[in-house]
Ligand binder design. Structure first.
Ligand code: A3P
Length: 336
């Protein structure tokens, strides 16, 4: 295949049995909680991680070797990760693929830009990533402090997307509920979900620590971390795409801009286009521990959908968390 694909073959073997035992011991020593959203979560390096994903996280931390050209997308779940993947894939590969033959027509963005913790290290602690086309594109929900040192020290770029937590919590409730339904699990209320979110116990949370970690790094090293907001993409997608293209060292040329390249990418990656593709209507994502369908990643894509779901007291509570944890550092969100 011409686009991103990694091999599940081990590059190095040996010592893995021993590694596995040590990792199991480490995991057993961590605080664990049983949640309604995911069966078990462990508190690892100050973030809550689905326990079954932890061995993958640790393998990623220990074995990943960054290349200077790599591009890593990062986010809190339900913040526009799928959209960002489609957009960055299109920007980076625009000289290889046009709109008529883009792999996005036949592959879900999560396949084209694999997640370190769910996919790349999902079945093999030492996958062979050397044959991937450069620049290699990856994605993660892991907080900045827990990224491997090689990512922090190399010249590779990180693009972070965040979203107003009021919308993110509603989106995450819908997503998890759909997954629970397809996996014959019990339903739970928005109130229960909201409580866990506000306690910071949702996967890869507390959400405020994760968002502020990337925000801080983007302020200190703007050439290293580009910090985007879902709401800004909705408001000015052309301006934001130019920013992304420049950040990854592939600015749009005058001819490309005049020829409507940015608008073409925008249209191809719009919620409507992606949602209506057969692959995203009926395809499934390879997931070891649950049924995950491509359609689960596309819902309404609106700014301000929270108004229809959250009570005034929920809004007050979340707003005061944001006020306390984010506003002092200058981070505010548009609400509609
Ligand atoms: P809603 O549930 O509010 O509709 P993630 O990709 O991080 O899982 O985030 C999912 C959210 O992004 C969902 O929000 C989904 O509908 C929205 N989304 C997915 N693809 C999108 C696109 N191409 N444009 C805008 N929003 C998109």
């Amino acid at each position: 295949m011409a686009h991103q694909q990694f091999s599940s073959q081990s590059a190095i073997v040996g010592g893995e049995e021993h590694d596995r035992e040590a990792i199991d011991e480490l995991i057993a020593s961590l605080p664990q909680r049983k949640g309604v959203v995911r069966p078990f979560q462990s508190l690892y390096q100050n973030f809550w991680c689905p326990t079954y994903v932890l061995p993958n996280v640790i393998a990623f931390q220990r074995h990943f070797q960054a290349k200077h050209e790599d591009i890593v997308l990062a986010s809190q779940p339900k913040s526009g990760t799928t959209w960002l993947k489609a957009l960055v894939f299109s920007i980076v590969n625009r000289s290889r693929f046009g709109i008529s033959n883009t792999p996005l027509l036949t592959s879900n963005p999560h396949v084209l830009v694999p997640s370190f913790e769910f996919r790349v290290y999902g079945s093999n602690p030492r996958p062979n990533l050397d044959s991937l086309v450069e620049p290699r594109l990856f994605q993660t929900h892991i907080p900045y402090p827990s990224l491997p040192e090689c990512i922090k020290q190399s010249d590779c770029r990180i693009i972070y997307i965040c979203r107003n937590p009021l919308d993110a919590v509603v989106s995450s409730w819908h997503f998890n509920l759909e997954i629970a339904q397809s996996n014959d699990q019990l339903k739970w209320s928005l109130e229960e979900h909201f409580e866990i979110y506000c306690q910071g116990k949702m996967s890869f949370g507390p959400f405020w620590d994760q968002i502020m970690g990337y925000s801080k790094e983007s302020l200190e090293r703007p050439h290293k971390v580009l910090f985007l907001k879902y709401e800004d993409l909705k408001e000015d997608i052309v301006g934001q795409l130019k920013k992304v293209a420049e950040f990854v060292g592939l600015p749009f040329t005058e001819e490309e801009e005049e020829g409507g390249m940015i608008e073409e990418i925008t249209k191809m990656c719009s919620l409507k286009t992606l949602k209506d593709l057969e692959v995203n209507k009926s395809g499934k994502l390879p997931a070891k521990h649950m049924k995950l369908e491509n359609r689960n990643f596309f819902r309404k894509g609106e700014v301000g959908d929270w108004v229809k779901h959250l009570t005034p007291s929920m809004v007050d509570r979340l707003n005061s968390i944001m006020q306390e944890k984010m506003s002092p550092f200058g981070l505010e969100f548009k609400t509609s």
